[in-house]
Design a protein around this ligand. Structure first.
Ligand SMILES: [Zn+2]
Length: 321
């Protein structure tokens, strides 16, 4: 154990004696005498050190204050930045919502058009179609950024291609159009005389000729197809029977009204198998070849009338049955 004690002989000695230090090491005592100059120098050094320390402390405090001010400024700037970002985000969200609503309106208008086409085409939109539209229309949390983004993307997808329903509708509309054209063509073909009235050979054309019975030039109002008695005569187009009886020089004759101002006449028949007012299909049996009326031999006298006027039947005789 070490014990340190200090003793100044202020009573007996002068300041010139300096500082006397007595150290006790164990039971032995050691006395040190320190020069007053050294004490003074030490005191001066201590004072200088304290002053330096204080000055350093002051500088550090000043630096800390500056740093705090800097940080405060940084914090203020960060706050302003955040506020601006928040404002921008709100604006972007409002814009996205507006665009989303616009897209929805666009889609709704197009869906209405689609529904009309569906009605015309005679089909119904699939349930998935309306389900998708309902989900897109759901007002539930429509303003949530994630929901808004999803809805926006789906709306865009629905509007710009990649819409199965639209493709289906397009296909349906095309096939509908094709079917309409086909039916119109069929209707036209049905009511347009295109057939030969009977088997046989073309014996006399439409126009002026020497009449075989009367012996002088006379207008021939149709064309003749020579065939043996009893050969079937078919309606050259669908229509309504307007005559199925004797008709002057035509003998036993059949007249069919095909609509659109067109009608056909079949003369010199031996028999008729339709009656006035009947509707006949194209190619349906209506009479048999004969030689009734003003005729020299069995043949079918075939006439085509357009708005009451007799016209050349040859262009209408396109197909034999
Ligand atoms: Zn004739």
């Amino acid at each position: 154990m070490t014990k340190l004690s200090r003793q100044a002989h202020s009573g007996t000695g002068t300041w010139r004696d300096g500082l006397v230090v007595k150290l006790m090491v164990g039971k032995q005592g050691v006395v040190y005498r320190i020069s007053p100059w050294i004490v003074l120098a030490s005191l001066l050094l201590l004072g200088a050190g304290a002053r330096t320390l204080a000055s350093n402390q002051n500088t550090r405090e000043q630096a800390l204050k500056t740093r705090i001010a800097e940080l405060e400024e940084e914090k203020r700037q960060a706050h302003t930045f955040l506020q601006r970002k928040e404002r921008e985000k709100k604006q972007a969200l409002a814009l996205a919502q507006m665009r989303s609503e616009e897209l929805w309106e666009e889609l709704r208008a197009r869906d209405q058009q689609m529904d009309q086409i569906w009605k015309v085409v005679g089909k119904h939109p699939s349930s998935s179609h309306s389900k998708t539209r309902r989900s897109l229309n759901s007002s539930r949390s429509r303003t949530h950024p994630l929901v808004l983004k999803r809805r926006y993307l789906e709306l865009q997808k629905a509007l710009h291609g990649d819409d199965g329903e639209l493709k289906q509708l397009r296909t349906a509309a095309i096939s509908y159009h094709k079917e309409q054209v086909r039916q119109a063509r069929l209707a036209l073909w049905n009511t347009q005389p295109t057939l030969w009235p009977c088997e046989g050979y073309f014996s006399s054309p439409f126009g002026y000729r020497i009449h075989p019975v009367l012996g002088y030039a006379r207008f021939h109002s149709g064309c003749d197809i020579a065939a043996s008695t009893g050969t079937p005569i078919y309606a050259t187009a669908a229509g309504r029977i307007t005559n199925a009886d004797y008709l002057g020089g035509y003998g036993l004759a059949v007249t069919i009204d095909h609509g659109a101002g067109l009608s056909t006449l079949y003369g010199h028949c031996s028999a008729v198998c339709v009656k006035n007012g009947d509707y006949v299909r194209k190619g349906q049996l209506v009479a048999n070849v004969g030689s009734t009326g003003m005729s020299t031999g069995p043949h079918c006298h075939y006439e085509v009338h357009q708005n009451g006027a007799q016209i050349d039947p040859a262009p209408f005789m396109q197909h034999r049955r």
